[in-house]
Design a protein around this ligand. Structure first.
Ligand SMILES: Cc1ncc(COP(=O)(O)O)c(C=O)c1O
Length: 395
């Protein structure tokens, strides 16, 4: 029998073997940031550097009674700033209510983990974010994964699972974080209607960047109240931190009572609520930044396509340069870094095996001139990489 005292070395050996194996597969990740023009930032509207937002934080700090969260929202942490922000955010999202979580990850985990039960069936796009996957997983609901944006498959799956008594819920990102394409929301809404299913949407990459006043894809279709819940996050275009679950008042009350990531965590400091409210105002007004984002994204996709470099089905400010092998992705990253672009290779398990890539996420601070240089650099690296790695599977 193994003594408890022997368990330490076992774990250490396991950790070491795991890291060795990651290195062998070129999947070992480090925390180094790539210097240069930042092409892996989610600060889509450039607000992280905006002096108006900095000023709003400085004022909030100066005026704040407390600078600590002090406790869970259910205990001492429910500063009035949070209630004010949640009302403002519900108005922005076009829903009856909104509830703030300390991260988008916590919002998805708390929402799906508390809402879904064993016996329910959840239909999840194959490329949904890890936070959605983890939320579904801990719920114990039956998971049906449909191929990315494949509504025919989804319709078939909904028919197949029409007999049970549990809830049926479709879960999808709206702008997909690694592909930069958009969920077929009109079809999802029709399928949900036809099959008596509910919809949960994650707008993390659409918040601030898409829809009227940056209110997201659901708002683009006027469908904010036709879905059960919409998750908006604050760490990307809103240059802050946290996430909101937006929906009906009843859903909000349910989450306050059941979402473990809401209940069992300390509230964020109240000045952060003022930061998010200020960012919301700036994001609403950022039509010029959204137009610029659209223009540079289109130019990048056009240039890459003309050079024969695949960028998949992207139609947004997230443009993947699809490279296939880890080696090719690392080569492209190194070449672009040499030219002064801050990019990183994205490899499995973040993306499916064989789909390693450079995920270019554009922000409104990037210039058209930068895009022209990026295309030229990517084309040169693509050619040299294909010569160097002939025989390795690329896209
Ligand atoms: C689609 C999606 N949902 C949720 C999250 C988690 O949000 P946060 O970074 O605020 O935890 C992310 C991002 O990182 C994301 O890309």
């Amino acid at each position: 029998m193994t003594e408890p005292a022997d368990r330490g070395p076992v774990l250490r050996r396991r950790i070491e073997a795991d890291l060795d194996s990651l290195r062998e597969k070129s999947q070992f990740r480090t925390l180094e940031t790539a210097p240069g023009i930042n092409l892996c930032s989610n600060d889509y509207l450039g607000l992280a550097y905006d002096p108006r937002l900095k000023q709003a934080v400085a004022s909030a700090l100066a005026e704040s009674a407390a600078i600590g969260g002090t406790g869970s929202r259910l205990l001492s942490g429910n500063a009035p700033e949070w209630a004010a922000l949640e009302s403002a955010f519900a108005e922005y999202s076009g829903t009856e209510a909104a509830l703030y979580f300390t991260s988008g990850y916590a919002a998805n985990l708390g929402l799906l983990g508390s809402l879904l039960k064993p016996g329910d069936v959840v239909f999840s796009d194959a490329l949904n974010h890890a936070s959605l996957i983890d939320g579904m997983r801990i719920s114990g609901a039956t998971k049906v994964i449909y191929p990315h944006r494949d509504t025919e498959y989804l319709a078939h799956a909904l028919r197949q699972h029409s007999g049970g008594t549990g809830a049926r819920v479709i879960v999808s990102e709206t702008v997909f974080s690694m592909e930069g394409d958009v969920a077929p929301l009109e079809d999802l809404l029709r399928l949900a209607r036809d099959h008596g299913a509910e919809i949960v949407l994650d707008e993390a990459h659409a918040t601030g960047t898409r829809g009227p006043r940056g209110r997201g894809i659901a708002a683009e279709l006027g469908a904010e109240r036709n879905v059960l819940a919409i998750v908006h996050t604050c760490g990307k275009a809103l240059a802050s931190a946290g996430g909101f679950v937006c929906g009906g008042k009843m859903l909000r009350n349910y989450l306050i009572n059941h979402a473990r990531t809401f209940i069992f965590g300390t509230a964020m400091p109240p000045y952060l609520a003022r930061q998010i409210e200020a960012a919301l105002g700036l994001a609403r007004a950022a039509d010029a930044e959204r137009a610029h984002l659209r223009a540079i994204s289109m130019a990048l996709r056009k240039g890459l396509t003309a050079a024969g470099i695949p960028c998949g089905t992207s139609s947004t400010h997230i443009v993947p340069i699809l490279l296939g092998s880890n080696e090719m992705a690392l080569h492209m990253a190194a070449e672009l870094q040499r030219l002064g672009f801050g990019v990183k290779a994205i490899r499995p398990p973040t993306v499916p095996a064989g789909t390693a890539r450079i995920r270019v996420s554009l922000t409104s601070r990037i210039l058209q001139e930068d895009i022209r240089r990026l295309i030229a650099g990517a084309e040169a690296a693509w050619q040299s990489g294909r010569r160097t790695f002939a025989g390795v599977a690329h896209v």
